[in-house]
Ligand binder design. Structure first.
Ligand SMILES: Nc1ncnc2c1ncn2[C@@H]1O[C@H](COP(=O)(O)OP(=O)(O)OP(=O)(O)O)[C@@H](O)[C@H]1O
Ligand SMILES: [Mg+2]
Length: 296
C-alpha cells in the first residue's frame, strides 16, 4: 500500500485542506478524505505514516455506529458502494479513508472532555486549581484520574491554535441552553468511549468532539475517539505523578525532542524506524479498540 500525502480529485471542488483531511464539496454533502499526514505540536510533518488515514476513518466509523444512540452523526457512507462514478474511478486512493458526510453548520468550539489531568488541563490546574475556570479538589497530581469527567471547551480559531475558555465564557457566547447541551452530550459520549476502551486496557485520558447543526438538529461531526482526537494511554504502566507516554505519537514526539527541533523552523523528516513504530501503534490501537485487524 502506498501512503497518501494529499488528494486532488478530478472534477471536484476542494473546500479545505486541514492538517490531516482533504474535504470536497458534494453539494449538501461533503467528501471527507483522511490522508496519512501526521502533525505534532500542531505542525504537519514532511513524513507520512502509511495507513494512518485508514485507522482514523475506520475508528470513526466504528464509534459513529456505537454512539448513534446518544446523538445523530454526520456519517452517510464509508464504503465506495453507491458512490458517484467519478468517485469510484479514483477508488483505490480513497479506499478505507473516505467518508461521505452531511454538511453541517459547524459550531466553532471544540468540546473537550477530560477524565485525567494532562496537557493544557494539567497546566491550568497546576496554576489555578481549576479546569475551564471551575474549582477542583486540591492536591491532584499530573496524570491523575479526576473524580468525574470534566467538560473543557476551546474556541476554534482561524490560526489553527485553539483557545481554552471557561464555562462562563461559553455560556456567554453560545447561551446557557446550547452550552449545557454540548456539555451533557460530550460527557455522555466520553463515558461511553471510556467504558469501551478501558475494558480493552486503554485509558481514555481526554478527547475532543465537534458538533454542528444539520437541518436544525445537533449532530456529531468530524472524527470521533481516534488517536488524533484523543489521548489514549496504556492502562498497564499507568502511573500518576508524571506525564504518561501516548499510545500512538510517542515515538515521533520522543525522536523529535531528541533532535532539538526548535518548533519554529521546518520540521525534520522522520527516519523509517520511527515511521514503522508509529504505524504499528496506530494499527494496534485500532485492533485493541475494534477487536479486528485493519486491512491496509
Ligand atoms: N459535517 C461537517 N460539516 C462541516 N465541516 C466539517 C464537518 N465535519 C468536519 N468538519 C470540519 O472539516 C475539517 C476537517 O479537516 P481536518 O481534521 O484536517 O482539520 P484540522 O486540521 O483539524 O483543522 P481545523 O482547525 O479546521 O479543525 C475541520 O475543520 C472540521 O471542523
Ligand atoms: Mg481535525
Amino acid at each position: 500500500m502506498s501512503a497518501v500525502a494529499q488528494t486532488d480529485l478530478p472534477g471536484l471542488r476542494r473546500l479545505h485542506r486541514g492538517k490531516v483531511r482533504d474535504t470536497y464539496d458534494l453539494g449538501a454533502e461533503l467528501l471527507f478524505v483522511a490522508t496519512d499526514r501526521i502533525s505534532v505540536f500542531d505542525r504537519v510533518l514532511p513524513t507520512l505514516i502509511p495507513g494512518k488515514g485508514k485507522v482514523l476513518t475506520g475508528l470513526s466509523s466504528y464509534w459513529f455506529d456505537r454512539l448513534g444512540r446518544i446523538i445523530p452523526n454526520h456519517l452517510l457512507s464509508d464504503g465506495t458502494d453507491g458512490w458517484p462514478r467519478a468517485l469510484r474511478e479514483v477508488g483505490s486512493t480513497l479506499d478505507g479513508r473516505a467518508m461521505i458526510v452531511r454538511r453541517a453548520q459547524r459550531i466553532d468550539y471544540e468540546c473537550v472532555v477530560r477524565g485525567y489531568l494532562a496537557g493544557s488541563g494539567w497546566t491550568e490546574y497546576a496554576e489555578h486549581v481549576t479546569l475551564a475556570g471551575e474549582a477542583l479538589p486540591p492536591g491532584l497530581r499530573e496524570g491523575e484520574r479526576l473524580p468525574q469527567p470534566r467538560f473543557t471547551p476551546a474556541r476554534k480559531n482561524e490560526s489553527g491554535h485553539d483557545e481554552n475558555i471557561s464555562h462562563k465564557l461559553l455560556n456567554h457566547e453560545l447561551g446557557t441552553e446550547v452550552a449545557s447541551e454540548l456539555e451533557r452530550v460530550s460527557i455522555r459520549l466520553y463515558e461511553a468511549g471510556r467504558k469501551h476502551t478501558e475494558a480493552r486496557g486503554i485509558l481514555l485520558a481526554d478527547t475532543k468532539f465537534e458538533f454542528g447543526y444539520v437541518d436544525g438538529s445537533l449532530t456529531l461531526i468530524d472524527e470521533a475517539l481516534t488517536p488524533d482526537s484523543s489521548r489514549f494511554w496504556n492502562a498497564e504502566g499507568y502511573r500518576p505523578g508524571q506525564s504518561q507516554p501516548s499510545l500512538d505519537k510517542q515515538p515521533v514526539r520522543d525522536w523529535i525532542a531528541n533532535t532539538g527541533w526548535d518548533g519554529v523552523s521546518a520540521p525534520p523528516e522522520l527516519p523509517s524506524h520511527v515511521v514503522e513504530a508509529t504505524q504499528r501503534r496506530y494499527l494496534d490501537a485500532y485492533r485493541r479498540i475494534t477487536g479486528e485487524e485493519l486491512e491496509l
